[in-house]
Design a protein around this ligand. Sequence first.
Ligand SMILES: Cc1ncc(COP(=O)(O)O)c(C=O)c1O
Length: 423
Amino acid sequence: MASSLTDMYGSLHSNIREILEASQKSNNKVPLAVPPFNYDDYIAAIDTLLSGSLSMGEKVKSFESAFADYLGCKNPGVMVNSGSSANLLSLSILTNASLKERLKPGDEIITPAVTWATTVFPISMVSAKPVLVDIDKDSYNIDVNQIKKAITKKTKAIMPVHLLGNPCKIDEIKEIADANDLFLIEDCCEAHGAELNGKKVGTFGDLATFSFFISHHISTIEGGMILSNNDKYHELGKALRAFGWVRELRDKEKLAKKHSSIDPRFLFITAGFNVRPTEMQGALGTTQLPKLENIIKTRRDNASYWNERLSKHERFISLPIENPGARHVYFCYPISLKPRAPFKQRELVSFLEQKGIETRPVMTGNIARQPALTQMRYRRIGKLPNADYVTKNSFLIGNHTGITKKVREYVADTFEEFFSRYN
Ligand SMILES: Cc1ncc(COP(=O)(O)O)c(C=O)c1O
């Protein structure tokens, strides 16, 4: 029986290899994202599915430890079902009633006006107030001077974002947070492996969050993780992601003794969520992580190539920048029109789309302009002119492992074809 099962798995795996080879499509599209999966990822996912161990277990644990080691974080990560859940969980840790120093309703949290929606929404969901500050137009990241202007007695945290894989000035932001006794939560959802002065983003703040959605550097289809060097936050994270029960806690035996009249398997210590990942996601994370450095290299090579080819056209467009000491990991490739460009963003974008090159806005654009914001109390610092500028004049194209040398040449040629109309 054992050997015939082995044989059956053997033929399943070789069938999968054949299916993957046969289904490799070649079309003319240059998509914003492609699933970053190879044969070994599919095998890991399918074998896990067939193993019968489906809910969160050893494979998730192993990915949590490996990702923390990769970043240089003392505690293993706490994997969840999305980056959005990671942001919600981080803020829920910091509002938890068991903490003496914690966020309270109405406390202000400073965050950039250009980011993904679920950086900002969870702030409101934990009854804190988002304070939106402008970005720097060249790096697309939060403007440190605007952070300084935004601080009041009510400010209790800063939630910067390493937008588009470009490390923000997290060292300066940490100094501001320390000097003002503020919590620091790094949203690293778009920045796997990004570094500032040799230190990985996600290791500067009190808590860090990552997303493993399909378009991100490494993916578990949907998925996310929080990381913290603070033991208390780490333990609270494990309780809050799974109903608030004690099963995964370091002190679970002590707690079971203290509450001996309750079945320890169903002992709830705090009011939690269920944002657990599946074992299949843990398996995917484990096969994906060893590929991350190569994925980053491909994205950086593509960006260097486009920077060089398109630099001739800098009277029309601005190209992404990498600050000194930073390792940019390029989540997509951003392009901004110069104020005096003789064409509109929509003209360039529709030309690219006609040529099969997908585009998208820079995340939500200026989030203060989104109707969802009318449902929450928030504050904005100034008129957010750069956030508006980026909304009107900037866009993203795909930069991922599906962008081969031939594809990136085609992309550069297509831009040049458009610009040649104005030479
Ligand atoms: C900056 C940022 N924060 C949070 C998220 C949310 O992650 P998810 O899509 O996994 O929920 C994203 C998603 O792309 C993001 O870009």
